[in-house]
Design a protein around this ligand. Structure first.
Ligand code: AMP
Length: 282
């Protein structure tokens, strides 16, 4: 595995692969890698000649009040995991090379960035779209891999690629879960034992709401009430930011749930913010 830390060198390396007709698959991450990340890596390995993984904790997508400085980091563990997966390139740039002094250009998918998580994390998706646009320009992938776990992020990146004519196939991969259903996330490391147990309520709520919809209860009022009641049973939840049913395209709340609708939840357990979602397939 080649470790590249300098954007210019990454760009030249990618250019070389392009000249030789080799396709690159890119898996952008913030590190603290788990099986969710590795599932994207494996998908990329199966579909491309070269797989590049980026690890970059992007300061632009964290608000001053958020967890940038305490975001979990495990460079040695991550490197070992990626080596075992036979990843070709690990791109791990320093922040000052990505955002040199005077950097002032941003990308924003207006209309969808402000909804759901965007309403609670102003500027977050502007930071995400900007770093992903930069990574696309630096790594020049034919395909880039994102998890359904961060559904809104994936929708925004797809839209950005389409709106800005980026000839990159944005592939969305299924959410990988722990045995008890909790969606894998680097932030799960913040949870203490009781909070970790409490977090299983999220997947239970999504699964049971899917069952409710399948049984024919599809109006938004009933669904919202059911989800709220279910989540309220867990005393360690300190804040429910959203829990409802949405259009997977516009991310607007739906009046009635149908096939393909997006059930999505964002909440805090203690101080830890967790998100998860499920697509309804009756
Ligand atoms: P992160 O390191 O949290 O920025 O995530 C990097 C990529 O991995 C994003 O595309 C995430 O959606 C994806 N990802 C994170 N958790 C999971 C999971 N449990 N299953 C599948 N993909 C995931």
């Amino acid at each position: 595995m080649e470790l590249i830390r300098i954007p210019r060198i990454m760009q030249d390396t990618a250019g070389g692969h392009f000249l030789h007709g080799r396709s690159i698959g890119l898996v952008p991450t913030m590190g603290a890698l788990h099986e969710g990340h590795l599932s994207l890596v494996r998908r990329s390995k199966g579909e491309n000649d070269i797989t590049a993984v980026s690890i970059f904790v992007n300061p632009l997508q964290f608000a001053p009040s958020e967890d940038l400085n305490k975001y979990p980091r495990d460079i040695d563990g991550d490197t070992e995991k990626l080596r075992r997966e036979n990843v070709d390139i690990l791109f791990m740039p320093d922040a000052h090379l990505i955002y040199p002094e005077g950097f002032s250009t941003h990308v924003e998918a207006e209309g969808i960035s402000e909804k759901l998580c965007g309403a609670f994390r102003p500027g977050h998706f502007r930071g995400v779209a900007t770093i992903v646009a930069k990574l696309f320009n630096i790594v020049k992938p034919a395909r880039a891999y994102f998890g359904q776990k961060d559904f809104q992020q994936a929708v925004i990146i797809k839209k950005m690629a389409k709106d800005l004519d980026m000839a990159i196939d944005v592939v969305i991969c299924p959410t990988i879960r722990e045995n008890d259903g909790l969606a894998m996330s680097s932030r799960n490391l913040y949870l203490n034992k009781d909070e970790r147990k409490a977090a299983t309520v999220i997947n239970k709520c999504l699964t049971q709401t899917t069952e409710l919809i399948k049984s024919g209860i599809i109006d938004i009022e009933s669904i919202r009430r059911f989800m709220k009641e279910k989540l309220s049973e867990e005393p360690l939840i300190t804040e429910i930011q959203y829990a409802s049913i949405y259009s997977p395209q516009t991310l607007d709340e739906l009046e009635k749930a149908g096939k393909g609708a997006l059930l999505a939840i964002a909440l805090k357990i203690g101080k830890t913010r967790l998100i998860d979602n499920m697509i309804v397939n009756p």
